[in-house]
Write a protein that binds this ligand. Structure first.
Ligand SMILES: [Zn+2]
Length: 347
């Protein structure tokens, strides 16, 4: 078998005279810390296969940290013209070959892990950064939704809630502290978001989401997240989102149990909230009477944030026509499928 492991000095002589391309597969923070090969191209392992398919002419040299991963890849790959740099960047460094140094890019580092995911990359990150999300409710569900969307770099978030922080919130709504008691939730949450990720812009709106405020609120929104705790609000969200063709993510929690589903009026024949719950659905006894384990809305909120990301990036299968139910006490979990109800008046 032909040798597909090449000495770094020889690789440098080839690429510096234009005979091939060097792909650097190391994570961003390592490239910032140790430097890069001049003229190299940063590629992640997930993208490599598709990049190699389009790369037809020049030979390609793969550079990893110590040469092991790239060697394994080259051994498995059937593609010709792909070689690994023997000994990786370590060998490059000790051979005293040219190295350039990158400036630390805070935003790129912040999103580096998620950008490595299939279906994400820089293009996906741009979609996240230009997305405009409306989060209705800044309580048990709204807090984790906000935390993870802000952390992922969602560009603009409208946060709607007319409530203030109370001591009874602190067991679940973990961004609020005792010192925040009495302050508007949306203001405290906006301050938290600004400290956590200044690239994500949260607009605090201290009023109720209702018939009168809905239309203006939902202007220019890509996804709505229902973090309310009552059916009256969900009915308005469903009617308004159906009219404006905005997908929305529903969650509800009681004691140890959560429910999760996605409604997407952009899809023909997708069921709406009323198809699932009916027009005469009413609120069961509230969390304050029945109790709720703090982690349950935490988990449900993280699941909602995950569905939002799937909708923004058009990846995976959002829970449209499916109701996920999880009981955290028993470990029971199920995804129930439901159809559009042809007698439903609301879609
Ligand atoms: Zn319906």
């Amino acid at each position: 078998m032909k040798e597909r492991k090449i000495d770094p000095r020889y690789v440098w002589s080839l690429i510096s005279s234009g005979k091939g391309c060097l792909y650097d597969l190391r994570p961003l923070e390592i490239r910032i810390e140790t430097g890069i090969v001049p003229g190299s191209v940063a590629v992640n392992w997930q993208e490599l296969e598709s990049i190699l398919i389009s790369q037809v002419k020049k030979p390609v040299y793969l550079l990893c940290e110590v040469g092991y991963q790239s060697k394994q890849y080259v051994q498995r790959s059937k593609k010709s013209g792909v070689y690994c740099v023997a000994g990786g960047f370590d060998a490059w460094y000790f051979a005293d070959l040219p190295i350039d140094y990158l400036k630390a890019d805070e935003a790129a580092l912040r999103y580096d892990r998620q950008c490595h995911l299939p279906g994400w990359g820089m293009t996906g990150q741009q979609k996240i950064e230009t997305a405009h999300i409306c989060v209705i409710g800044a309580g048990g569900l709204g807090v984790p939704v906000l935390q993870y969307l802000v952390a992922a770099g969602v560009g603009r978030i409208k946060l709607v809630d007319d409530d203030s922080v109370s001591f009874s919130n602190l067991s679940r709504q973990v961004i609020y502290t005792g010192a925040d008691v009495g302050l508007p939730k949306v203001d405290v949450a906006q301050k938290w978001a600004m400290n956590h990720n200044p690239h994500s812009c949260v607009t605090p709106l201290m009023y109720r989401f209702d018939e009168n405020t809905a239309d203006e609120l939902l202007q220019d929104i890509n996804v709505v997240v229902d973090c309310s705790d009552n059916i009256a609000t969900r009915k308005i969200i469903s009617i308004k989102c159906q009219k404006l063709k905005i997908p929305w993510v529903f969650a509800a929690v009681t004691d140890y149990e959560l429910q999760l589903s996605v409604f997407d009026p952009r899809q023909p024949n997708a069921p709406c909230w009323f198809c699932l719950f009916g027009d005469d659905a009413f609120d069961d006894i509230s969390c304050s009477q029945r109790g709720v384990l703090g982690m349950v809305p935490g988990i449900a909120g993280m699941m909602q944030a995950t569905e939002v990301i799937k909708l923004i990036l058009s990846i995976g299968k959002p829970l449209v026509g499916q109701l996920r139910v999880d009981n955290m006490l028993t470990g029971w979990s199920k995804v129930l499928k439901y159809d559009r109800n042809n007698l439903c008046q609301y879609h």
